[in-house]
Design a protein around this ligand. Structure first.
Ligand code: SAM
Length: 254
């Protein structure tokens, strides 16, 4: 996969892309990441990239020209999927990450200041992504989040592919609780079942924990998983109903 990132602040990517899975994936040529400084396509001697909003108002708006010229300088940009990072875009989910991870070439457009001239959204971007319902100062942290989430889905990027299958949000549920050594820490014990060596029973416990914590923490996700049919089996559903009923009965009356 190739990812081109258009930004006014390319230095912001140096740290996050120099470490861990993204750095390793770049080194192994699983992903190619190219940073483009929009200032290089700014107009005039001062390389201007922004101007006051038409109609008045606070702050500056990023002009369309540098975005268009920068994208047009990228080889095979016509075949790429161009994504504008914006708080007004589709809310990023694992499903969207998985969908984007199949694209061979992405171009990410980072805004700043008061945002980006609307013609970039209308005539340059194929897609708009938001990483959450809050406003960042720029698209750079959003691009870093998106790249990280994408890269870990690329074949070979993670050491163990199996660790992807049971992660939170894969299959619509949250992951079960994880423990490591020591088996007892400050009087808190790891559940006996995890020390038993019975792989089938461990798998069953993990599945039930995953269902339970999704029900307790993210009922919206569980509802969706139940609707999706194959994400939750009939056996899972029966167990969860009984468990939730028992838990409710255990609660003191309010
Ligand atoms: N005035 C814009 C609005 O109200 O929609 C917000 C502009 S924001 C201060 C500057 C830039 O940060 C945006 O152009 C966008 O690229 C980026 N940005 C801010 N919040 C974001 C979010 N939640 N997801 C993705 N990008 C975001």
């Amino acid at each position: 996969m190739r990812i081109d990132i258009l930004t006014l602040f390319p230095e912001m990517f140096a740290g996050p892309f120099a470490e861990s899975i993204v750095a390793r994936a770049v080194e192994q040529e699983i992903v190619q990441i190219e940073l483009h400084n929009l200032r290089d396509w700014g107009e005039g001697k001062r390389r201007n990239v922004d101007d006051a909003p038409f109609g008045g108002g606070a702050g500056m708006v990023m002009q369309p020209e540098p975005f268009f010229r920068a994208v047009e300088s990228i080889p095979d940009h016509e075949q790429a999927r161009t994504i504008l990072l914006t708080p007004q875009g589709r809310l990023l989910t694992q499903q969207i990450v998985d969908e984007l991870a199949t694209a061979p070439h992405l171009i990410l457009l980072c805004g700043h200041y008061e945002g980006v001239d609307e013609r970039v959204r209308e005539h340059l971007a194929d897609d708009e992504i938001s990483i959450g319902d809050y406003v960042l100062s720029g698209g750079e942290p959003a691009a870093i989040v998106l790249v990280d989430a994408l890269v870990r889905r690329l074949p070979g990027a993670l050491g163990s592919e199996t660790s992807l299958d049971e992660e939170s949000h894969t299959g619509g549920l949250l992951e079960y609780p994880q423990y490591t050594r020591p088996a007892e820490f400050r009087g808190w014990h790891v559940p006996d079942i995890l020390l038993s060596g019975h792989h089938k029973e461990v798998a069953g416990w993990r599945r039930r924990q995953s269902l339970l914590r999704t029900a307790q923490r993210r009922p919206d996700l569980l509802r969706q998983a139940l609707q999706d049919g194959d994400a939750v089996s009939e056996e899972d559903r029966r167990w969860l109903e009984e468990e939730l009923e028992t838990n409710l009965q255990d609660q003191p009356p309010s």
